[in-house]
Write a protein that binds this ligand. Sequence first.
Ligand code: PLP
Length: 439
Amino acid sequence: MTNFAKHVWPISAEVIENRLKLDGLNITELAREHGTPLYIFDEATIRHACQQYKSAFADYPGGVEFSYASKAFLNLAIAKLLLEEGFDFDVVSLGEMQMALHAGARPEQLHLHGNAKPRFELEEAVKAGIGRIAVDNLDEANTLADICRELDKSTSIILRIEPAVASNTHKAIQTGQKGSKFGLSLKLVDSFVEIVNRSPHLELLGLHFHLGSQLFDLSDYQEALGVVLDLMVDLWDEHQIEITEISPGGGLAAAYTATDQVPKPVELADAIVDFIVTGCNQRRLSIPTLILEPGRSLISRSAIAIYEVIGSKPIEDPAVGTAEKYLHVDGGMGDNLRPALYNAPYTAIVTDQVEHDATEMVHISGRFCESGDVLLKNAMLPQTQIGNFIAFASAGAYTLSIANNYNLVPRPAVLMVTNGNVRLMQRRETFEDMIRRDT
Ligand code: PLP
């Protein structure tokens, strides 16, 4: 039985003589050469995803800007690639800001997000002349107005609202529901406008929401966009503020398992472009610029994670129909917290036995000292031995960006394959890296 669901693997992935290859390169050999855990990105998959977004929205009449949600994963090589593709950056910290700038982004290309931006980060953003600050709450609006006054510098802002739409996704990654920690409740919009009107330095250009991540149901976007369009009318009627930009954030799902059928960017465009245009016409609004902030859907599929099998442990008295052994691997919640955080599902294969019969049901258990460190439960695999390599698909988003040094295990090396060539884009962390801050 083959376990190879093509749509969850990078587009250059193929199985030749039972072996997993990326762009023609043998993954088992790359794992031996570079060590594990190892993350390998496929450049073609990222570029393909960028193109899909660009072509899907090319006809939007108000103009579209794409702002990559850096939190999904940002390093120098990825940032440069996305700049080449014409993407801007949604950043949430000074670190993400600096990384994007270091890669060559202009400050105007950055949008600063977050529900708790420290004052010094707001100051740095204003000083740098950042493109937009997404104001999240009234305190932040006041702080920002103070900072701008002190620096005598203006800044363009968009308002992140809480649209009170509970998107259809795991609760841990919902962000637009009533009571969310993110975004301003609509009840407080008038108070926000007072702050903006009092400040000669804050220029309100847009409205923003982000409903959460791993979204399959596109009607959630429509519901929240309806809220935004109504608010545009209110802001004009009551305050003569014209909103010229709207952003529905990111959120489009990535495929992790064989059964995941994810909406494509073109389906998102089908769901929202006409909806916005018609909604604006009905309300006599000018068509605003659309700012899209994809993260997961741009990067998740592009990477695989490789682990080495270290050993196993039989499970005594397993529940009926569940795994009979733990298969211990050399990574886990240090490089990928998602399964431990919210039981995120994955697809895993043995890199040189891809099409062998899957005869064993195992829990692929991480090396870290938490019982919750199980990367994949009840995975069907062929018989494995110590030294085999296991590849996880769709490992590009919210893995390395949330990676940590639990148990003082160094974070993995990261490779990029392009046109049959491989390059190291981030070396494996070392003990020296980890002790550098200690005094
Ligand atoms: N925009 C904002 C403001 C976000 O907070 C996030 C993710 O948390 C995104 C965009 C990207 O979401 P996704 O990776 O699901 O596309």
